[in-house]
Design a protein around this ligand. Structure first.
Ligand SMILES: [Zn+2]
Length: 111
């Protein structure tokens, strides 16, 4: 028998009920802390680079002047993500392939 627990059944059941509620509360707090930690980890991950980006002309008629691989830094902020299909279409319709990242090689577009 325990030295610090009461001996009578009603008080033992009351203590057991209290401890079960406390355990549920601790488990709820653990779940909440794990969800918070997972959301922080997801927010800390950098966004994946887009696969393909066109470099746009800075003139009055913004049109694509080059296609880049998504992680290529040439072209600065005048780029936006496009699909693989759009990249192929741009390259086959006269838009230049970047000479550094060479998206035409990966897309297997030959001259
Ligand atoms: Zn490039």
């Amino acid at each position: 028998m325990s030295d610090f627990l009461p001996q009578d059944l009603p008080r033992l059941r009351t203590i057991a009920t209290y401890l079960q509620r406390q355990l549920r509360e601790v488990e709820r707090q653990i779940d909440q802390a794990e969800r918070w930690k997972a959301s922080r980890a997801a927010a800390a991950r950098p966004a994946a680079a887009p696969e393909w980006t066109p470099q746009m002309d800075v003139g009055a008629d913004p049109r694509p002047v080059a296609v880049h691989h998504g992680d290529c830094n040439v072209g600065g902020r005048r780029r936006r993500p496009i699909t693989r299909r759009d990249a192929i279409e741009a390259l086959t319709h006269g838009v230049e392939a970047c000479v550094l990242c060479q998206p035409d090689r990966e897309l297997q577009i030959l001259d």
